[in-house]
Design a protein around this ligand. Structure first.
Ligand code: PLP
Length: 422
């Protein structure tokens, strides 16, 4: 039996996994072309179409909207900015409640706080890690105005059930599809089912612009308000011959640059190919892991196209015999990057307890951020979930084989790990 790297043995893998993102000639050419044109942001003080951004921004938006078969795509400098704009454009008011899952990136929930609205955390499903529709309705109050389902790790949430609840209670639905560009729910792209959808192009994402985001919608008003919010809230009407600097609503500097948009166009044209490669790698890895007792590879519902931003594994300490944290420590020592537990349940973060930087007059006594609020999420975070991001191109199946070899090596040596009290 090979000795574990944790105890001084040879690592399964010495070399790093292939770097991400892959920046090809197309991306380099596209960015250089913008730099050479000198038009780095044409959002500037011109009435008319320039209110809507430069040539590359508009092209990126048009291609993104057309792929998703929606009327509007509005580019932002991050998904966080797009989420903030979405909450505002959906008409959520200060003191109103927004239902969110706690197992997600921080800004799925802080976008409500940014608008002086109140995040209400509802637990997730233990198999696909997305909002549990059965737990949403009990959390709805007369103050609830919106739901933000997250298509976590690239698997779509249960949108039919979520939309039915939203319709019944007259709530807006903002899909957080930051981790799921190109994922499908019953044949429909994620982000197109709710009132609007938001995507991230931050550097680690399936397609990227360094930093960047997109909001898509079929709703004229949401699109218009979102465009104003990204432009400092200033209104520049096509009919005006001069910029008026008139601010009708509060806005922010949330514009994307032309370099990012050019990069985005090049990346976006590769989305389906890159996702297909992720799916192939993930299917390969999942099949190899399926026979290992105590590890459950990602569950994919029959209606779903999972795009594997992250490859999650559910872990059973009872079946394997050592703790998840020990398992992950041993795996990392073998040269396989894995994380234990994704993020801490968001409501356990100090901002929800110290409540310093926000106006908290609105918070009623009945909003809980206490430990125990979402037990499924807490169990996943503490004991049951491990994840890796190596399952993405340009990695190959040979790289996935190293993951499997390391996992099997740890299983073979689990008694030694248990004895060492690791
Ligand atoms: C689910 C989710 N929502 C929102 C965001 C925010 O994206 P950005 O970094 O583009 O602001 C992320 C980024 O990690 C995310 O994973």
């Amino acid at each position: 039996m090979a000795q574990l790297a944790l105890f001084g043995g040879q690592k399964v893998r010495e070399k790093p996994f292939p770097p991400h993102p892959v920046i090809g000639e197309e991306e380099k050419r596209a960015v250089m072309e913008v730099l050479e044109s000198g038009k780095l942001s044409t959002f500037i003080a011109q009435p008319g179409e320039h209110f809507l951004g430069g040539e590359k921004i508009r092209q990126f938006e048009q291609e993104f909207a057309s792929y998703h078969d929606v009327k509007y795509a509005v580019a932002f400098n991050s998904a966080t900015a797009a989420l903030h704009a979405a909450v505002t454009a959906c008409g959520v008011k200060a003191g109103e409640e927004v239902i969110v899952p706690p197992y997600t990136f921080t800004s799925t929930a802080t976008c409500a706080l940014m608008h002086n609205a109140i995040p209400v955390f509802v637990d997730i499903k233990p198999d696909i890690f997305c909002l549990d529709p059965a737990k949403i309705e009990p959390a709805v109050t007369p103050r609830t105005r919106a739901i933000i389902p997250v298509h976590l790790f690239g698997h779509p949430a249960d949108m039919d059930e979520i939309m039915a609840i939203a319709q019944k209670h007259n709530l807006k639905v903002i899909e957080d599809s930051a981790q799921a560009p190109g994922a499908l729910y019953k044949g429909k792209p994620t982000g197109t089912i709710g009132d609007c959808g938001v995507f991230s192009f931050q550097e680690t994402k399936n397609i990227m612009t360094g930093e960047g985001g997109m909001l898509i919608t079929n709703d004229d008003e949401i699109a218009e308000i979102a465009s104003m919010i990204r432009n400092h809230g200033e209104v520049v009407l096509a009919s005006q011959s001069q910029r008026t600097y008139r601010s009708d609503i509060l806005g922010w500097g949330y514009r994307m640059t032309e370099m990012e948009a050019a990069l985005g166009i090049a990346q976006f044209r590769k989305l389906d190919r890159l996702n297909n490669q992720r799916i192939e790698l993930a299917n390969y890895l999942a099949e190899k892991l399926a026979t290992i007792d105590g590890l459950i590879p990602p569950v994919v519902y029959p209606f779903a196209r999972h795009v594997y931003y992250v490859f999650p594994i559910k872990y059973s300490q009872d079946r394997v015999g050592i703790s998840r944290n020990t398992f992950v420590k041993a795996l990392v020592a073998e040269g396989i990057p894995f994380g234990a537990g994704y993020v801490r349940p968001l409501y356990l973060n100090p901002i929800y307890h110290e409540k310093k930087p926000f106006v908290y007059n609105y918070f009623g006594q009945d909003i809980s951020y206490d430990k125990g609020l979402c037990p499924v999420t807490e169990r996943l975070y503490e004991k049951e979930l491990m994840l890796t991001m190596v399952c993405r191109p340009p990695a190959t199946v040979a790289d996935m084989d190293d993951v499997v070899t390391a996992i099997k090596k740890i299983i073979e040596n689990k008694d030694e790990l248990a004895e060492a009290g690791q």
